[in-house]
Write a protein of this length. Structure first.
Ligand SMILES: [Zn+2]
Length: 395
């Protein structure tokens, strides 16, 4: 008995290691797995059985075998478990339940004011999670992680928002701790632009190692992926480009207390304010987008100039990070090519030629889904990590 349990414990961590080879979803035979790992066929067989018991892998149809032989190939079983992905903006929330590849099983979006505070917002998250799970006939025990993005700086590691300007009541609030009182799974919290960068990469640029995602909306921020890793910096504020000062902004006050910030000049509300000064009725960034879509020349020129302003700051980012993709998202990206054209105009003319030789500056392809896709990636990455699989196997 003791020998068996010891053997099982050894097999458990080994099963987790083997699972990392099967995570990509590609089918493998036991023989291939033995060759890849250098382990004996008998050891591979034990570990495959362990992963099958956990339903993490599943037999897949064998293309060459036809005569009713059992399949000899195995791959990730995407439906074995589910994760919750939540994207909170200032005034709306999107929540999805996805499988282990990030495919949406169900998605829900509704207006929600982040300023109502953590009890209200996180209470809604828990309640909506239960509702959605019930709608797709899945049980809370099948949930393995929750990923979420919040519209403010988040301390990586603790998941606590730090002095978030538009989130009263959230400063240093223990978000994971609160949620875990109701849903006992790991809770990964990050800044909304960071998860958008993860989502954009997963959706449109999976093989790109160096990508900057820029959100242009009520505020301006960016998420930086360098060397295929999201860069959060020492305090989790890497990529916070909205408060870089630019010459054209001289004297314009910003809500952060400084003057001349990029955000005070090129965000949606800032462009609307400039248009109002010219006698055009625009209250919000969305109004500006509508004007642009209707072909209003003043609005088009203002948006293109905002693109140039953003391009000034991004030129410095290009020198620092040398990305191969800059994806522009957020509500103002709906103004289409006019914003992007302004960004390109400055970056392509001002950055060093080698840095822009293969640099694509494009509109976000994941668009309004970038956040929820990224939150799902955050949750899945944690749920399928060697540590998580090992603890699942030993449970
Ligand atoms: Zn500022």
């Amino acid at each position: 008995m003791q020998d068996i349990s010891r053997g099982s414990a050894l097999g458990t961590s080994g099963a987790s290691e083997l699972f990392q080879l099967l995570r990509d979803g590609q089918p493998h035979t036991r023989a291939e797995l033995a060759k890849l790992t250098g382990l004996a066929r008998s050891t591979i067989a034990l570990r495959v059985d362990e992963l099958m018991r956990l339903r993490l892998i599943t037999p897949v149809d064998d293309a060459v075998s036809t005569g009713g032989r059992p399949s000899s190939q195995f791959a990730l079983n995407p439906t074995a478990r589910v994760v919750v992905a939540a994207d909170f903006g200032a005034s709306h929330a999107t929540i999805a339940i996805t499988d282990l590849t990030g495919a949406n099983l169900i998605k829900h979006r509704e207006p929600l004011n982040i300023g109502d505070g953590p009890d209200v917002v996180l209470g809604w998250l828990v309640e909506t999670t239960h509702d959605l799970l019930a709608q797709i006939n899945r049980d809370a025990t099948e949930l393995v992680a929750i990923g979420m993005g919040l519209p403010g700086p988040v301390q990586h590691g603790t998941g606590q928002p730090i002095n978030p300007p538009i989130m009263p009541g959230w400063d240093r609030f223990d978000v994971p701790g609160w949620v875990q009182q109701h849903l006992a799974v790991p809770v990964l919290v990050d800044n909304d632009v960071n998860i958008m960068a993860l989502g954009e990469r997963a959706f449109a640029w999976p093989d790109t190692e160096h990508l900057i995602f820029v959100k242009v909306a009520t505020g301006i921020g960016s998420g930086v992926i360098s060397g295929a890793l999201l860069q959060r910096g020492a305090q989790g504020v890497a990529g916070d480009i909205g408060h870089v000062q630019i010459p054209r902004g001289a004297g314009i006050p910003c809500h952060c207390g400084n003057r001349g910030c990029l955000e005070a000049l090129a965000s949606g509300p800032a462009i609307a304010r400039q248009l109002r000064a010219e006698g055009i009725d625009a209250q919000t960034g969305q109004d500006v987008v509508e004007l642009v879509k209707r072909g209003n020349v003043d609005a088009i020129q203002a948006v293109r100039q905002a693109g140039r302003d953003i391009g000034e700051v991004l030129t410095a980012c290009v020198s620092l990070i040398n990305p191969s993709v800059i994806a522009i998202g957020g509500g103002m990206a709906q103004a289409g090519e006019h914003l992007i054209a302004g960004v390109r105009e400055v970056v392509y003319s001002r950055a060093m030629p080698l840095a822009t030789e293969h640099l694509a500056i494009v509109q976000s392809a994941a668009a309004e889904n970038a956040g929820v896709i990224g939150a799902s990636m955050l949750a899945i990455h944690h749920a399928l990590s060697p540590e998580s699989i090992a603890s699942m196997a030993s449970a």
